[in-house]
Write a protein that binds this ligand. Structure first.
Ligand code: GLU
Length: 471
C-alpha cells in the first residue's frame, strides 16, 4: 500500500462542530497510526455561504484540538483551472456532455416526478445532442445506465448501488465552478488521497465518485463511512441538544485532551477502555473498531471526562489555563509562580469540572471585597453568632501563623467555650471569607488568604451583622 494519506475537507460555511471534529480526529488518527499524511482542504465553492471567518475558526478549532495538518490548507476556489482541465478531458473523451436544459424546466420535471412518487432523475434530454460548451450550459457526467457499483466500505462492508438509481449528475456549472461531486474527486485524485473517512450522510455520493475515478482511468481511494452522532434523545445531533461548536467548548473551559478523548469514543471503542492518552489513541485507532450504529452524544460524560483531565493536569499549567477565565470574572490573580495562586488552584482542582467552574470557585480568593450570597448571609451572618466571631477575630489576631493544626485547635476550643458545634462557627466564617456556603476546606482557604485578608473579611462580616441589625 502506498503511504496513507487522509483528508479533512470542511466547507467553510459554519464553525467546526462535534461531528466535523470527530471526522477530523478519525482521519488524523488513521494517518498517524499508519505513519501517513493528514491534509486540510477547504471546500469553498459555495461562494455565497463560504466565509473567511469560518476558515479561521475551523483552523483555530483544529489547532486547539492539536490536530495539526501536514499538508494544505488547500482552497478549491484557487484550483478552478485544475477542475476545468479535467472537465475538458472528460468531455473530449465523450464521458461527459453539455446540457442546455433550462433550470426552470428541470425544476418542473423534478416536482412532477415527486408528485407522481418517482425519484427525481435527469431524463437525459441532452445526452445525445452533441452540444459543445456555451453560455448557460452545464457539463454532465455520462453515467453508466446498467450494472452496479459496489462500495467496499471499510466500516459497513460492501454496499451495492444500482446504476439505475443514479443519473447524469452535473460536474461543472455554467460559471465554471465545479460541483461538490466533481471537485472532491479531482482533489482526492490529484492530492493522492488513499482513504476517505467521512460521515455516512455521504455514502450515497460514493458510487458517483467511484464512477468518476474510473472514467478518469484512476483507482478510487478506500472509503469508510462513519455512522452519525445522535442527541441523547436519539434524533440527529443539533444545537437543540446543547451541542456547541468546538471553540465554544474551549470557551466554556473544556481541555483539548478531554474533548479529544470524548470524540474518539463517539463511535470507536477499544474494549471497555475510556481514558486514552494521545499516543494510545494513535497506537490503537483502527477502522475495524468503529461501530456500525450511531453514537450518542452525552454531555454529562464529556463533563466527567473533563473533570478527570483537570485532576490530572499539572497545577502550574492549570493556573495558566484558568487565568483568562478569572480575568473574565473581573479579577486579576497573582503571577502564576506565586505559591498562593498555585495553592488556590490546588484547592479547587479536585472539584472543578471545567475551567470556568474552577474560576468561579476560586474567584473569592482574589476579590478586594467578598459579596455575600443573600441566602447564605441571612442564614449564617446573624447577631447570635457575632460574639463568637468577635472572639475568633481576636484570637486569630494573636495567632503567630495560620497552620492547619493550630487553626483547628483554636476553632475547637472556641466552639467548646461558646457551647457550639464546630460547624456552627465554621459556616459563618466560610460565608465571611468566601461569600458562599460551599468552598474548599476552611483551614486551607484561611492559609491561602493569609492572616491579613482573613481578619479584614471577618471584621467586615461583623460590620455587616451590625448594620443588618440596626437597618
Ligand atoms: N465538504 C464536504 C462536507 O463538509 C466534504 C465531504 C467529503 O468528505 O467528501 O461535508
Amino acid at each position: 500500500m502506498s503511504k496513507v494519506k487522509t483528508r479533512f475537507p470542511p466547507s467553510p460555511t459554519g464553525h467546526l462542530h462535534l461531528g466535523g471534529a470527530r471526522t477530523a480526529l478519525f482521519n488524523w488518527l488513521f494517518a498517524k497510526h499508519h505513519g501517513g499524511v493528514f491534509l486540510l482542504r477547504f471546500e469553498d465553492t459555495d461562494r455565497e455561504r463560504s466565509k473567511q471567518e469560518y476558515v479561521d475558526s475551523i483552523k483555530e478549532a483544529l489547532e486547539w484540538l492539536e490536530l495539526f495538518w501536514d499538508e494544505g490548507p488547500y482552497f478549491q476556489t484557487q484550483r478552478l483551472e485544475v477542475y476545468a482541465s479535467y472537465a475538458r478531458k472528460l468531455f473530449e473523451e465523450g464521458k461527459a456532455y453539455y446540457c442546455e436544459c433550462p433550470p426552470e424546466l428541470l425544476d418542473k420535471k423534478r416536482k412532477q416526478a415527486l408528485a407522481e412518487g418517482r425519484k427525481p432523475k435527469y431524463d437525459g434530454t441532452c445526452r445525445e445532442k452533441g452540444l459543445g460548451p456555451g453560455p448557460g450550459r452545464v457539463l454532465r457526467f455520462k453515467c453508466p445506465q446498467v450494472g452496479t457499483t459496489v462500495v467496499e466500505d471499510l466500516i459497513r462492508g460492501p454496499v451495492v448501488f444500482d446504476h439505475q438509481e443514479l443519473d447524469d449528475f452535473v460536474l461543472m456549472r455554467p460559471d465554471g465552478v465545479p460541483t461538490y461531486q466533481f471537485a472532491v474527486v479531482i482533489d482526492d485524485l490529484t492530492m493522492g488521497i488513499t482513504h476517505v473517512i467521512r460521515g455516512d450522510d455521504h455514502l450515497s455520493n460514493t458510487p458517483k465518485q467511484i464512477l468518476l475515478f474510473e472514467a478518469l482511468g484512476a483507482t478510487p481511494p478506500k472509503y469508510a463511512h462513519v455512522p452519525m452522532i445522535l442527541g441523547p434523545d436519539g434524533t440527529r445531533l443539533s444545537k437543540r441538544h446543547g451541542a456547541l461548536s468546538i471553540l465554544a467548548y474551549r470557551d466554556e473551559g473544556y481541555l483539548p485532551q478531554a474533548m479529544r478523548n470524548y470524540l474518539v469514543r463517539l463511535g470507536w471503542s477499544y474494549g471497555d477502555q475510556e481514558i486514552f492518552t494521545l499516543d494510545e489513541m494513535i497506537e490503537k485507532f483502527d477502522l475495524s473498531r468503529v461501530s456500525k450504529s450511531p453514537a450518542r452524544f452525552d454531555p454529562d460524560k464529556l463533563l466527567a471526562l473533563n473533570a478527570h483531565y483537570i485532576r490530572q493536569e499539572d497545577t502550574t499549567r492549570l493556573a495558566e489555563m484558568v487565568r483568562p477565565f478569572l480575568e473574565k470574572l473581573g479579577v486579576t490573580p497573582p503571577p502564576t509562580e506565586d505559591p498562593k495562586f498555585l495553592k488556590a488552584v490546588e484547592s479547587v482542582k479536585p472539584r472543578a469540572r471545567t475551567l470556568k467552574e474552577m474560576a468561579e470557585m476560586m474567584r473569592f480568593y482574589f476579590v478586594p471585597e467578598v459579596e455575600y450570597e443573600e441566602k447564605a448571609a441571612r442564614k449564617f451572618l446573624t447577631p447570635e453568632i457575632a460574639p463568637a466571631l468577635k472572639e475568633l477575630t481576636k484570637r486569630l489576631e494573636a495567632l503567630p501563623s495560620f497552620e492547619e493544626d493550630s487553626l483547628e485547635k483554636l476553632f475547637r476550643d472556641l466552639a467548646a467555650e461558646f457551647q457550639l458545634k464546630l460547624k456552627h462557627i465554621a459556616q459563618p466564617v466560610r460565608v465571611a471569607l468566601t461569600g458562599r456556603t460551599v468552598s474548599p476546606g476552611l483551614f486551607e482557604i484561611m492559609d491561602i488568604l493569609g492572616k491579613e485578608t482573613v481578619l479584614k473579611r471577618l471584621r467586615k462580616a461583623l460590620e455587616y451583622i451590625e448594620e443588618a441589625q440596626n437597618g
